[in-house]
Design a protein around this ligand. Structure first.
Ligand code: CTP
Length: 400
């Protein structure tokens, strides 16, 4: 049985070259058990014939707002009420702009305004158009209204450009629509990346953390329906869509930002590789190489995770552990010592873990554990979020 079985889906198609992929999406949605009604903008009809969608969905395609014959069948308000969800794929920059500003100048935007059903947009456009501040502002506006954005993807585009803007493949759109919103209404705070501890105005100490795992966990949490705040050390990664990112530099900055935000959240996941020591004093001027040796006096940083656990007894907390040996033993030790609900431990022995695309995790909690084998960090993050949401719901049930 699939999550889409019996779901009534209005599939909106706007005018982009990716419209041809929507034929396959129609087929996949129907195969997954959904009832599909297709609505095309006039520009979409220039790219692909409505007849294709009529044949695939076994229903007439809706194309115009003021068509008396169509309105006599299923009128636009009726169609808007009929929908359990509206999926627009492809969603062009123009469609996003018009809907972001509440226009109702064609059937598709009118349907969006007239329906209370959850709305999913799969953007598709040239990479420069996607990056444009106007599109990004529209995106933010739509997300703040609760519109779910699926993609876009990276890669070679129909126009020959390379970058963000390709529509997600139909299979990926289907997978996203089937994803249960396990964490809808839950607020999740994460720390990610390394910290930088200043030595003097031009030098700092840091570590090899790329932030990839933490960012992937933040993206997965967002996909699961949570509202996500990511407190990040310096990394070269884009903010996952729909995630609020707060930049910090040092362990002390990260501590301050995290303590401030922790009380506003339901779950805290500490993935950051926080410096354990920081220079006792930061030189105000650049240190000159006057001596053969330089001795830096360091002092311990505050453990952010432990502090947050102590200050927020109602928060569900998850720590990470990077170990080179005795993974399970150290993970269990950390679970006890830090007083957290779960530890996700990974091996950083022999070049594993840091700054790589794949990872494996041993997830431990009081009375249980689960191994997640080596896989792409994005997939691993989703698997981890599935465990976290399950453990969180169970823990929450016990609190009630
Ligand atoms: N952590 C933190 N604040 C710190 C140090 C660590 O929040 N100042 C969090 C990390 O984000 C991670 C977990 O604690 O979730 C890692 O625990 P830690 O004991 O610091 O790990 P290691 O440095 O690997 O521990 P050890 O010294 O035992 O090797």
């Amino acid at each position: 049985m699939t999550a889409l079985l019996g779901k009534r889906i209005v599939l909106g198609i706007s005018g982009g070259i990716a419209a041809y992929k929507s034929a396959e999406l129609t087929r996949l949605l129907i195969k997954a058990g959904a009832q599909v009604r297709v609505c095309m903008t006039p520009a979409a009809c220039e790219f692909i014939q409505p007849l294709t969608f009529q044949a695939l969905s076994s229903h007439p395609v809706h194309t115009t707002l003021l068509d008396t014959a169509a309105e006599a069948g299923m009128g636009h308000i009726e169609l808007a009420r009929w929908a359990d969800m509206i999926v627009i794929a492809p969603a062009t920059a123009d469609l996003m702009a018009r809907f972001a500003h509440g226009h109702a100048d064609d059937l598709l935007t009118t349907l969006c305004l007239a329906s209370a059903a959850p709305l999913y947009l799969a953007p598709a456009m040239n990479q420069q158009m996607w990056k444009h501040p106007a599109t990004q502002a529209n995106l933010q506006r739509l997300q703040s209204r609760g519109v779910a954005i699926l993609g876009p993807d990276q890669g070679v585009q129909a126009c020959g450009d390379v970058g963000m803007g390709r529509m997600l493949e139909p299979e990926a759109i289907l997978a996203a629509l089937q994803q249960p919103q396990l964490l809808s209404g839950i607020r999740i705070l994460l720390t990610a990346g390394p910290t930088r501890e200043a030595i003097d105005p031009v030098r700092f100490l840091t570590n090899r953390s790329s932030g990839k795992m933490g960012y992937a966990v933040a993206a997965a949490a967002q996909e699961f329906g949570a509202s996500v705040t990511l407190i990040s050390g310096p990394v070269a990664l884009d903010t996952p869509l729909g995630v609020e990112r707060i930049w910090v530099e040092s362990a002390a900055d990260m501590l301050e930002a995290t303590r401030y935000a922790a009380g506003l959240n339901d779950i805290f996941i500490a993935t950051a590789a926080v410096a354990d020591y920081t220079p006792k004093q930061v030189a105000t001027q650049k240190i000159k190489k006057n001596n053969d040796q330089l001795v830096l006096e360091m002092t311990r940083t505050t453990d952010i995770l432990v502090t947050v656990v102590k200050e927020n007894p109602k928060l569900f907390t998850v720590g990470f552990a990077a170990e080179t040996q005795n993974l399970m033993e150290y993970a269990r030790g950390k679970l006890e010592r830090k007083g957290v609900h779960m530890i996700a431990a990974n091996s950083v022995a022999e070049g594993k873990g840091f700054d790589r695309a794949t990872n494996a995790l041993e997830v431990v909690w009081q009375g249980g554990s689960q191994s997640l084998p080596e896989m792409d960090k994005k997939l691993l993050a989703r698997a981890l979020m599935a465990i976290i949401s399950q453990r969180y719901q169970q823990w929450k049930g016990m609190q009630a």
